[in-house]
Every structure is written in structure tokens, then in C-alpha cells.
Design a protein around this ligand. Structure first.
Ligand SMILES: [Fe+2]
Ligand SMILES: [Fe+2]
Length: 170
């Protein structure tokens, strides 16, 4: 049986993954309109991944006999002081999402919902990767500094970790 409490918190995550996708789109637009095509491409790809995360939750909720809800979303920030500042925001946001996933994991244990607990493990692993990849990018941004942004923008797509196999099909 799919408990309402679990359904609700999974729907909260639908909203958070959808917001993540929109946030990265807003960042992609900022980068693209500031001549940073490589960074924009990285962010557009990231936005697509977040949409896949949202869909995974939607399908899971419906599969368990609940009903996913498409939420209204708040408008993401659209201006950033620098590339470094923007990636700091990405990291902060991913840490927020990690905490959010962990909260759901904790609730599934309280509620003894081991199916949802199992479903969440993919996200637990994914968040470790997301945080690590953004941290690696931030390190590089700090190393190159403002003057070498042209080169960094050209190289950033090489830093992308390919999406996990289950992502596309789920
Ligand atoms: Fe996500
Ligand atoms: Fe993410």
C-alpha cells in the first residue's frame, strides 16, 4: 500500500526536480547570452537530466497507485555576478536536493515503505555524482580565473559525467 505521506513527499520531489530543471535552464540562458556557449550546453544537458528525474518520480507515484501532481513553479534567479558565483549556486542547489532525497529516505524507513526506499537508492547514488561533478567544475573555475574563461568554456563539456544507464529508460 502506498501511504499518503509518502505520496505527498514524492510529489514534493516532483516539484523540486522540476524547479531544478528550470533553474538550470535560466542559468543556461544567462550563459548563452553572455557568450559562454559551452557552459550553456552543459546547463541545458543538466536541465534535461533534471526533467528525467522529475519523470522518474511521476511514473513511480502513478505506478504505486498514487497520482503525481504538476506544480506551479517559482521563477528562478536569472542573473549572476560571475561564472564562479553561478556554479556556487548550482552546488548549493544540489546540496539542497541531496538533503531533500535523504529526508524521503528517512521517512520511508519510519513508514516501513521498503519499495520506495529501494526506488530512492538510484537518487542517493545520483546525488553523490551530481555534487562531485559540480565540485570538480568549481575547482577548475577557480583555477582558470576570469582570464581563461574562453578556454574553460570550450572544455567544460569534457567534464560531463554521462547519465547513468537506468536514467534514459526509467
Ligand atoms: Fe535531480
Ligand atoms: Fe541535480
Amino acid at each position: 500500500m502506498f501511504k499518503k505521506k509518502i505520496e505527498d513527499i514524492c510529489n514534493r520531489q516532483v516539484e523540486r526536480e522540476a524547479y531544478s530543471s528550470n533553474l538550470y535552464l535560466a542559468m543556461a540562458i544567462w550563459a548563452e547570452t553572455n557568450g559562454l556557449a559551452g557552459i550553456a550546453a552543459w546547463l541545458y544537458a543538466q536541465a534535461e537530466e533534471e526533467k528525467m528525474h522529475m519523470l522518474k518520480f511521476i511514473k513511480y507515484i502513478n505506478e504505486r497507485g498514487g497520482k503525481a501532481v504538476i506544480p506551479a513553479l517559482k521563477k528562478p534567479v536569472a542573473e549572476f555576478k560571475s561564472v564562479e558565483d553561478m556554479f556556487k549556486e548550482v552546488l548549493k542547489h544540489e546540496e539542497f536536493v541531496t538533503a531533500s532525497i535523504n529526508e524521503i529516505v528517512a521517512l520511508t524507513l519510519d513508514e516501513k515503505d521498503f519499495n520506495t526506499h529501494n526506488f530512492l537508492q538510484w537518487f542517493v547514488t545520483e546525488q553523490v555524482e551530481e555534487e562531485a561533478s559540480v565540485k570538480a567544475i568549481l575547482d577548475k573555475v577557480r583555477l582558470v580565473g576570469k582570464n581563461n574563461m574562453y578556454q574553460f568554456d570550450r572544455d567544460i563539456l569534457g567534464l560531463r559525467t554521462p547519465p547513468t544507464a537506468t536514467q534514459a529508460g526509467a
